[in-house]
Design a protein around this ligand. Structure first.
Ligand code: KIV
Length: 285
């Protein structure tokens, strides 16, 4: 069992901010865990940032299981959270249960679903069966067609009501936390005050109990990132420069250097071996 459990995440509310970052493979998971992240999250955003899709709707359960397995191998301390992809839990509670179990069997400690109120029964059943659940309200990218695109949420009164109903339903069903995505910070503050479980914001301001960002966005791997992202590095330029330098070194004969390869010290010995091998080869053919 890993050090950070869903119970510990709940206990952090009001005491210390919760840190969460996405990761999709083993080396990233190792780095994120060593950096001391509380939650390492295999988000279905992988459809966009790893597979180059325009949205998250094509992400399959098999992809989520595959990446969860890789991430889980790299994490010793943080809570490993895996996303339930589009239509893996909407069709029936049974299917949602089976799919959540696959992510847990792949090494996740908990699963995340988008929505709240509509999935009350599923969340309750998952939690009772021993699968910790995180909810997600506000901008829910799996519903971007219904929402009319990726947009800031919570301006209209009906939207505030819907968000709050999701949050209350998640709390009542036994979810241990919820993501609040891209909503007005006043609304995120209201939700954070109204529920006893932690809220983890993305583009929703400073009042949430924690923050989550997507790996590729915060590390500057892409040029175009959502407006709420803070870039902590410019890996795109760094990687590009490193690759160019490698290419130029190879083209101009600067790589490999003598410290990167091994040769026979006794050239006479090699000459004898070379002759014998060539003779044998020519006999054989
Ligand atoms: O899939 C994802 O990365 C997410 C985060 C934006 C919270 O759901």
């Amino acid at each position: 069992m890993r050090e950070i459990t869903p119970k510990k995440i709940v206990e952090m509310k009001g005491r210390e901010k919760i840190t969460m970052v996405t990761a999709y493979d083993y080396p990233s998971a190792l780095i994120a865990d060593k950096a001391g992240m509380d939650i390492i999250f295999i988000g279905d955003s992988l459809g966009m940032v790893v597979y180059g899709e325009e949205n998250t709707l094509n992400v399959s359960m098999d992809q989520m299981v595959y990446h969860t397995r890789a991430v889980a191998k790299g994490v010793k301390r943080a809570l490993v959270l895996a996303d339930m992809p589009f239509m893996s839990y909407e069709v029936s509670i049974e299917e949602g249960m089976k799919n959540a179990a696959r992510l847990i069997q792949a090494g996740a400690d908990a699963v995340k679903i988008e929505g709240g109120y509509d999935h009350y029964k599923l969340v309750k059943k998952l939690v009772r069966s021993g699968i910790p659940v995180m909810g997600h309200t506000g901008l829910t990218p799996q519903r971007y067609l219904r929402l009319g695109g990726y947009r800031l949420m919570g301006e209209r009164e009906e939207e505030i009501e819907e968000i709050l109903m999701d949050a209350k339903a998640l709390e009542k069903a036994g979810a241990f936390a919820m993501v609040l995505e891209f909503m007005l910070s006043d609304v995120a503050k209201l939700v954070t005050e109204e529920v006893k479980i932690p809220t983890i914001g993305i583009g929703s301001g400073p009042h949430c109990d924690g923050q989550v960002l997507v790996w590729h966005d915060l590390l500057g791997i892409y040029e175009n990132v959502p407006p709420f992202v803070k870039k902590y590095a410019d890996l795109r330029s760094m990687i590009g420069l490193a690759l160019e330098e490698y290419k130029n070194d190879v083209k101009d004969g600067r790589f490999p250097e003598p410290r990167h390869y091994w040769e026979f010290l006794d050239k006479d010995d090699f000459e004898k071996k070379r002759k014998r091998v060539l003779e044998r080869i020519s006999e054989d053919h």
